[in-house]
Design a protein around this ligand. Structure first.
Ligand code: FVH
Length: 290
């Protein structure tokens, strides 16, 4: 263990907490851990972790206190009785933007600096720089800068703003985009399912196609920022809505429900009916803003 590597406390040793613990221990950090079910901590003792018998002792052990628990309620339950004055609390528990902001105010009332975090990784990607994982942080920039080297150990740290709700907001935006992609992948495989077509054989083509299409994020961003939704349109909405009919008919021919596609297609049709056939799909964003 390196003498000048800062110590930290980690609360929560679930699948993700355990991966974080291994990464910090492997990097030579002095790590104090606490978990509600104490048995889960034992495997880390041989790796050099110190088990704190209570949350209060875990929090007292180090200035930097990281929580990676199930949800926001479990963070409140765990830390409610602890003395957080002078601590730097980093919450890597997934939550909503409002929960992040409320937790920041809650930490400030207790005399702690606070960062909310969103882990863009699954446990095997933690501590593996080439895996492409990153962790979003928002809240105290000073805390982030002071502990940056420690925070960089599990995955590349990205500070997205002083507003403590932003890490959760970016996290959920990215997860929402991923969910739409999963829906599309599911529908594509369903279309082929009853044919003599190998899913393994199709997968590289599907992945390549999706990768090629991701540049649409940049053109959507450009249209939103310019306010001109007709700018650099390559496939216009009128043409795409025509294509939707072919997609729906093919789904019917293949005996596949179109329920994963129709919500988005319905919005595209509404935007077209409003007279925006020369745009692409950016105008759908305006339709779903409440
Ligand atoms: N695992 C993943 O793939 C994702 C990737 C993206 C980010 N998430 C978020 O990370 C948080 C922790 O996730 P996890 O995978 O470690 O979750 P579990 O394995 O289910 O472990 C949960 C830990 O929380 C403890 N816990 C639950 N309720 C309470 C409570 N009321 N008081 C104190 N601790 C609590 C639980 O303790 P125990 O069951 O072992 O006693 C675990 O330590 C999460 O926000 C993900 O969304 C992971």
């Amino acid at each position: 263990m390196e003498e000048n590597t800062p110590g930290l406390t980690l609360l929560g040793l679930g699948a993700m907490g355990t991966a974080l613990a291994h990464a910090w221990l492997a990097a030579g950090h002095r790590l104090t851990v606490w978990n509600r079910t104490p048995g889960r901590a034992k495997q880390l003792v041989g790796r050099g972790a110190r088990i704190a018998p209570s949350v209060a002792e875990a929090v007292a052990a180090n200035r930097l206190v990281v929580a990676c628990l199930l949800d926001d309620a479990s963070v409140g339950e765990t830390l409610d009785g602890a003395d957080l004055a002078g601590r730097d609390v980093v919450n890597l528990t997934t939550g909503t933007p409002a929960q992040g902001r409320a937790r920041a105010a809650w930490a400030a009332e207790r005399g702690a600096r606070f960062l909310d975090g969103g882990i863009m990784a699954v446990p095997p990607m933690i501590g593996v720089p080439e895996a492409g994982a990153f962790i979003l942080y928002s809240g105290s920039r000073d805390l982030f800068d002071e502990h940056r080297d420690t925070l960089a150990v599990p995955a590349h740290p990205v500070h997205v703003g002083e507003d403590a709700g932003f890490a959760a907001l970016y996290d959920v935006a990215l997860l929402s985009a991923m969910t739409g992609m999963f829906a599309g992948i599911s529908h594509a495989f369903a279309l082929l399912r009853r044919e003599e077509i190998s899913p393994r054989g199709f997968a590289p083509m599907l992945a390549g196609w999706l990768t090629a299409m991701t540049s649409s994020a940049y053109s959507t961003a450009d249209q939103l920022e310019s306010g001109d939704y007709t700018r650099n349109v390559t496939s216009n909405l009128a043409m795409m809505v025509e294509g939707n009919a072919t997609m729906l008919r093919t789904a019917e021919e293949q005996g596949v429900s179109a329920e994963l596609l129709t919500p988005f297609m319905t919005l595209m049709e509404r935007r077209l009916a409003d007279g925006h056939g020369d745009e692409d799909t950016t105008g759908v964003i305006d339709l779903i803003l409440r």
